[in-house]
Design a protein around this ligand. Sequence first.
Ligand SMILES: Cc1ncc(COP(=O)(O)OP(=O)(O)O)c(N)n1
Ligand SMILES: Cc1ncsc1CCOP(=O)(O)O
Ligand SMILES: [Mg+2]
Length: 222
Amino acid sequence: MSDKAPPRARTRLYLITPPQIGDVQAFGKSLEDALRAGDVASLQLRLKGQDGMIDMQATRNVGRAVIAMAQEAGVAVLINDSAELAQELGADGVHVGWDDMPVKTARKLLGPDAIIGATAKNSYHRAMQAGEDGADYVAFGAFYPTATKEGTVPAELELLEVWQAAMLVPCVAIGGITVANAAPLVTAGADFLAVSSGVWNHEEGPAAAVRAFNAIFDELAP
Ligand SMILES: Cc1ncc(COP(=O)(O)OP(=O)(O)O)c(N)n1
Ligand SMILES: Cc1ncsc1CCOP(=O)(O)O
Ligand SMILES: [Mg+2]
């Protein structure tokens, strides 16, 4: 038996919805096209009110249809912020940040099979704690400036390099990621790239963005 760590897997795309969805039907069509365009590991439903808090009503309004569409395509769906809503809507899991439900509490509520992701921002320590508490992935960022979320803190590529070399819990990179700036994050060791505006605002549309991200992942696959 070898005591070497298993080889790194190819980086995968983790889609995040826009924070507001004006036209639910149009969004559904864009999402369908995006999911057909190439590999997408997971989708996070992240709908926010003007105050930056989860928009429960909007999440309920689009939740079931979006979850059905994604799950049909083999894409896991996580709800941002609310484990209770993830449970209510039949999602695959929840993403929790520093001000949200603790990972251990979410695990108790959702059970062993749920996917629970945790924000680490730029803190290796917080990431280790989340891993110990049972998170299925830790998310570092923001790697680039973003207009999608206020109050982000900058994160360095080195976090991904060190984490990938030492830890088995998968790491996600987030924050201002586009097709144009993704490559260094892949090379540094991100298991997943979490992307919102870089997909929905791509000049050739979301499906083209999904194709382009996957081409980068293929080219840089370990
Ligand atoms: C994959 C992923 N990583 C980080 C975040 C940020 O979560 P949080 O810090 O709770 O901020 P909000 O998203 O709630 O504004 C995330 N959502 N997803
Ligand atoms: C939710 C979140 N957490 C850190 S940066 C960010 C925004 C991600 O969206 P985008 O890919 O548009 O920068
Ligand atoms: Mg949150």
